[in-house]
Design a protein around this ligand. Sequence first.
Ligand code: SAM
Length: 443
Amino acid sequence: MTSIEFSEGLENETSTDDLEKTLVIVAADADKRNYEVIEKEDNLNDEKDEDIQPKSSKKLKICDFKDERCSNTSLRKAKPDESVAHHSRESYANIVATHYNSRLEKGLHERSKSRLFYLRNFHNWIKSMLINEYLVKIKDKKKNNSPIHVHDMCCGKGGDLLKWKKGSIHHLICSDIAPVSLDHCKSRYRDMQNRIGHERGSESIFSVEYIAADCTKIRLREKYQDPSMKLDLVSCQFAFHYSFESLKQAECMLHNAAECLSAGGYFIGTILDSNHLLVRARKKKSNRFGNGVYQVQMDFDINKPPLFGAKYHFYLDGVVDCPEFLIHFPTFVKLAKKYGLKLIEKSNFYDFYEKMKIEGKQLMVNMKALETYPPYQGASLVGDPKFDYEFAEEYIKNYTSGEGVYVGTLSKSEWEASSIYLTFAFEKVKNSWASDGTPIYEI
Ligand SMILES: C[S@@+](CC[C@H](N)C(=O)[O-])C[C@H]1O[C@@H](n2cnc3c(N)ncnc32)[C@H](O)[C@@H]1O
């Protein structure tokens, strides 16, 4: 049992009450046991790692986009063959944009009633820890306190604005395909600005610019207020999978992520772990699997998924319900190299949690990232009391004095959903130049 007692070292924390001192992710252990047999990383496709072309596409044309479209002479155009979704690419972008545009902004009260209240908070905690980890590295490198420039790619409604404020950055570029989400983001930023304006002695907040665009198709740099701006960090949270609709889109998005990063800067994010998704589908011998919290429907042969355009629907209790695409991680890494991005970290959420649990325990409490079990003072549980908390029960029985003990946990169903995600981080490396002016990266 690798469950964690959060009690050690918390005695002197003034804002942590007794109840919250014994947080533990119990369901995580349960899930780990269930998925011990993870198939090999590169099991998505029989094709060799060196060949990143969609299956059965032969020689591919040079990409001939002009103007603001992603342009890169080394991009090759994939034929619309069986490995790439047959749907019009434009229409998927529209479905995604329409979906996010129509999502209503829910207040805190409304969110607290959601079945996914703790799961969302837990994911928010993961993002906070990841962003903070890399902002700290950037500050360590900078030494002279020079301004920090960040691009929040696919920023949505600006759920990470507070994280950027806490990280004391100086300028933020927010891009997203859904203009309505960007409007929410703008008004959140204005509220934040107003609040700060009323706090006496508070420092000024970072500046922001907004770009409404499809990051998988448009070269974003040309839309920056200052296209010569160098970035320290590009963050793409829960969104990179949209680009794996096609090779061309994945390359465009990576180009956007890497193009303005300074050498030594980082590209970080969170995505679904395709390997894990496939393992679950294959274990169930079905294209459809999930539980009461999440459902996945895969629209391709799970025994022979294509490298690009492997479309699935991911439904997370009212949070996401639109087409997404598997990201074959070795392909992601290989494509990233082309843009000078070197993989430095990849962790599933469980391992990331393990790494950050001590450093982030106070934040975890503040963010209500775990549910209290047994329910405190008549509160009701978000999960099924009979099914979702058996590991919390077991933990209390085997590892604590029992009576009057409370633990923090995610319900088993929520953990099953959360454990399909992973975090990644790439570093932009220095380059030399070829005689034709193209950059050469030694990775
Ligand atoms: C799950 S939300 C994540 C939002 C935000 N990053 C967060 O962590 O709260 C995914 C976001 O990606 C955006 N998105 C999807 N496809 C996109 C594309 N091709 N270009 C730009 N944004 C896109 C959606 O509009 C949505 O806001």
